[in-house]
Design a protein around this ligand. Structure first.
Ligand code: SAH
Length: 393
């Protein structure tokens, strides 16, 4: 039993927490508590303990739940949870893969915490005040569960400011000072810069989608738009006639070239372009590529940006479809959680209308098993991924 302040909630709000929803909005609190932000609290409805979470008065989400039991939150609590996650996730990890998302925030019962495992290095992000306060226990738990050579912190994330955290720390939390890690993903090799790369350094959520495109890429001429360090490009280059990688970030395209070399692929001049994809698609010769991948960054960080995001998705998908020949493949992804599956399908449909073509769905995919979402938490379902074929009208 944990000796913590008790936070009573309105009884009618208990049901969703019991079903596993990890958030309690401020309107669900029976009364506003007088507690420091970031405090651990025991959540109760009448006298029933619903579990333990952490509190923040600054955000609409007043409490994020850590457990549905009345138990002590310490390093062992986290170590046990991380060991279980490790065991369950490694059971399903594809062969010749040593990188995966070890902790996926709410989806893994750890709101505000993301940990990616790159071989024996862990990269952690603390998104919330409550999780930031628990950092020493989390680090000790990670050390016990994973025995890593290093734990790197990449808390350079935008939402910390809303939480009342005024720093965005990057650094070493445990072990040796690691900057670059070589990982293996389904037999392909990638260099990951864990300190300077985007997010934690690599986009592990597309692992299985990268494998999925390979069968369609044989003999094709491919443009990988928003290529970052070449995740899709490296896979495709094992079977395609040519792969051109396009990203606005020069360091990312240079990394992409390095990753080609690492996998024994040729690196012709002109195939690694530091360009804005909107310009690249506009200037593309029709029919020059018969396979286009669009995996842009999130276009909407909040609901207010939704209209502009829909416009941007429609623009790039319409342009790509216009430029593809009959029979061409469009791979289109969205990681914006505010754009749900049905909205994204409408965007793709509208894009085919704009490009005056038919569009057939070959595969519809989403996030892999190491990025799970809880059935009672649809907010955690964020990745949309379509493999489509253009048919002439
Ligand atoms: N497909 C990649 C991940 C893409 S992340 C993978 O599998 O690893 C999104 C990328 O889009 C980032 O690398 C970012 O630099 C790039 N980007 C953002 N805006 C862009 C733009 N307007 N034109 C080209 N690239 C852009």
């Amino acid at each position: 039993m944990a000796n913590l302040p008790i936070l009573p909630i309105k009884p009618e709000r208990a049901k969703s927490i019991l079903a596993g929803h990890p958030w309690i909005f401020s309107g669900a609190l029976a009364k506003k508590p007088d507690l420091p932000d970031g405090s651990l609290v025991k959540v109760q409805s009448h006298s029933q303990v619903l579990g333990i979470g952490y509190y923040n008065s600054r955000t609409d989400i007043a409490v994020r739940m850590l457990t549905s039991h009345d138990e002590k939150i310490d390093a062992n609590f986290f170590a046990d949870r991380f060991r279980l996650l490790r065991r369950r996730k490694e059971e399903w990890l594809p062969a010749r893969t040593n990188a995966y998302r070890a902790v996926f925030a709410e989806g893994d019962g750890c709101p505000g915490l993301v940990v990616d495992k790159y071989d024996r290095t862990l990269v952690a992000q603390f998104h919330t005040l409550g999780m930031d306060r628990l950092k020493p226990m989390v680090v000790e738990g990670l050390v016990k569960a994973f025995g890593p050579v290093s734990i790197v912190e990449r808390s350079d994330v935008a939402n910390r400011a809303h939480e009342g955290l005024d720093d965005k720390p990057i650094g070493i939390l445990h072990g040796s000072d690691v900057s670059e890690v070589e990982i293996e993903e389904q037999g392909f090799k990638f260099m990951v810069h864990v300190k300077e790369g985007q997010k934690t350094g690599f986009f592990l959520d597309q692992r299985e989608n990268r494998q999925a495109i390979v069968r369609y890429a044989k003999g094709r001429t491919l443009a990988n738009c928003f290529s970052y360090t070449g995740g899709f490009s490296v896979y495709a280059a094992s079977v395609a006639k040519r792969v051109v990688s396009v990203d606005i970030s020069k360091p990312a395209t240079e990394y992409c070239r390095r990753n080609f070399k690492l996998n024994g692929h040729a690196t012709p001049e002109g195939d690694f372009l530091a360009l804005d994809v909107f310009d690249f698609l506009k200037g593309m010769e029709p029919g020059a590529f018969d396979f286009i991948i669009l995996d842009p960054p999130s276009f909407a960080k909040n609901k207010k940006q939704l209209t502009n995001a829909i416009k941007a998705y429609t623009t790039i998908n319409s342009k790509a479809l216009e430029k593809l020949p009959d029979g061409g493949i469009l791979v289109s992804s969205s990681c914006t959680s505010h754009v749900d599956q049905s909205t994204f399908i409408k965007i793709l449909h509208q894009s085919s209308v704009n490009a005056r073509c038919h569009l057939k769905v070959l595969e519809s995919r989403e996030q892999p098993q190491d990025h799970p979402y809880h059935m009672s938490f649809p907010e955690g379902r964020y990745l949309k991924f379509f493999i489509l074929q253009k048919w002439a009208r």
